[in-house]
Design a protein around this ligand. Structure first.
Ligand code: NAP
Ligand code: 8YV
Length: 316
């Protein structure tokens, strides 16, 4: 029987679903040092939570499929997997709408100070002190620049269009399927718009691309929203831009060193911070868990995975 290794804190639905199909072994942390001789010999598939370093891949010499929980798979050494002929799968599509919904919520929270307004009410300040202050910022009249226009970016843009705002985007290549204006560089996008929404993957090319230069280009009325990866934003530069009033606000769901959030970002009232919850509803996490399981079942029982990543295309 095929043996699948569950690595880290795996969604309980994955464990339950796979138990009916495979022998299951568990590794509490993605640490090659804890791989047993039994795991090294028997494991041919893994289910993991965006953590699969080359050392762990090497410690499992018979592994054929790495099923990642999450559409982003930056924690999997995918080049190493590809070089060894191992397929990596992720969980695209099933979380697009949830992440897009959350992005709109984060954007509105940032602009309209809705969490602060609710805190005002809950603290009894409405009754004692009167109405909450007017928000200096609004979505009205904004021009949104999407940095990333993939599966999730398109869902975010579709929702924004319904809010009657202008939308432009930057990606490496223009996408002829979308009706928004393409801008050839991130700098030019930041100069053109007043609100930047980041939904690009963590890759060597996207490292700290949101920096002082881009934030200054976004301008004093500028708002930055990041739901992609913390890696894309220089948090030091962002804190400085907020301190200096170079931009007007920011909303972040993701951070460079999660779950640690820089103290420097905590003090700003014009910053909305979420603990990486964009896909974190029961319904969407269940769908992601099912896709992890379905990839393993499809590969080992039917011969082909459902959603291999582009770096490890499946060839029969
Ligand atoms: P996707 O469909 O692959 O889209 C990625 C987009 O980024 C594409 O438009 C791509 O266009 C663009 N892009 C990639 N590299 C770029 C670069 N160097 N410069 C400019 N644009 C670049 O991915 P997705 O499913 O939308 O997911 C995007 C990312 O969101 C994931 O990788 C993950 O890190 C993050 N995410 C976060 C959460 C959360 O909970 N906060 C949830 C889900 C996903 P080109 O290829 O044309 O450049
Ligand atoms: C998850 C995400 O929280 O899918 C992604 O890339 O960032 C989120 O949906 C995370 O991946 C769980 O590992």
């Amino acid at each position: 029987m095929t043996t699948v290794l569950l690595i880290g804190k795996v969604h309980p639905r994955v464990r339950d679903r796979l138990a009916g199909h495979f022998d299951i072994l568990e590794l509490p942390k993605a640490d090659a040092g804890n791989v047993t001789a039994e795991m090294a010999e028997k494991v041919t598939g893994t289910a993991s939570f965006n953590a699969m370093p080359s050392s762990l891949i090497d410690a499992l010499p018979n592994v054929k499929l790495i099923a990642n929980f999450g559409v982003g798979y930056d924690g999997v050494d995918v080049r190493h997997a590809a070089a060894k002929g191992i397929i990596v799968t992720n969980t695209p599509d099933v979380l697009d709408e949830e992440v897009a919904d959350t992005t709109l919520g984060l954007l509105l929270n940032t602009l309209r100070l809705l969490p602060q307004a609710e805190n005002w009410l809950r603290a009894g300040r409405w009754a004692k002190e009167g109405p909450f202050r007017l928000s200096p910022l609004s979505l009205r009249g904004r021009h949104i620049g999407m940095y990333g226009m993939g599966r999730i970016g398109q869902q975010i843009a579709g929702r924004l269009a319904a809010f009657n705002v202008k939308i432009s985007y930057h990606t490496r290549r223009p996408n002829s399927d979308v009706p928004y204006g393409y801008v050839g560089s991130l700098k030019e996008l930041a100069e053109t718009v007043d609100t930047l929404v980041c939904i690009v993957p963590k890759t060597p090319e996207t490292r700290q691309t949101i920096n002082t230069e881009i934030l200054k280009a976004l301008g004093k009325n500028g708002v930055l929203i990041n739901v992609g990866r913390g890696w894309t934003v220089s948090e030091d530069d962002l804190a400085k831009a907020l301190e200096n009033g170079d931009i007007a606000g920011a909303g972040l769901d993701v951070f460079e060193d999660e779950p640690n959030v820089p103290e420097a970002l905590m003090k700003f009232d014009n910053v909305s911070l979420l603990p990486h919850v964009a896909s974190a509803s029961v319904i969407t996490r269940n769908a992601m868990a099912d896709l992890v399981s379905d990839n393993l079942i499809a590969y080992f029982e039917k011969g082909a995975p459902l959603t291999p990543v582009p770096e490890t295309p499946f060839k029969k």
